[in-house]
Design a protein around this ligand. Structure first.
Ligand SMILES: [Zn+2]
Length: 78
C-alpha cells in the first residue's frame, strides 16, 4: 500500500530524535558530532544510527501488526 509507505517516510525524519524508551522526541537530544543520542528525559543513551534503526524497526512492527498508519508518537515538542 502506497499510503502506508509514505507515512513511514515522513516520520523517518524523527527516527534519530526519538527516545525508544520513553518516546520523548527532541532534536537537542542528538549529538551530531559524537554520533550519540542522550535522552534528557530518562537518560537513555545510544549511538544515533542505532537509535534510528530501532525506531524504524518499531514502525515496521506497527505496520506488520496491522496498524493502517504506523507512526512515531511524538510526546514533546521537537
Ligand atoms: Zn527517554
Amino acid at each position: 500500500n502506497l499510503n502506508n509507505s509514505e507515512v513511514i517516510e515522513v516520520s523517518a525524519q524523527y527516527t534519530s530524535q526519538r527516545c525508544p524508551k520513553c518516546g520523548t522526541t527532541k532534536k537537542s537530544n542528538r549529538n551530531h558530532d559524537l554520533h550519540e543520542y542522550h535522552c534528557s528525559n530518562c537518560g537513555y543513551r545510544s549511538n544515533d544510527d542505532r537509535l534510528g534503526a530501532m525506531n524504524i524497526q518499531l514502525l515496521g512492527t506497527q505496520y506488520i501488526s496491522g496498524q493502517e498508519q504506523p507512526k512515531l508518537e511524538l510526546t514533546t515538542n521537537a
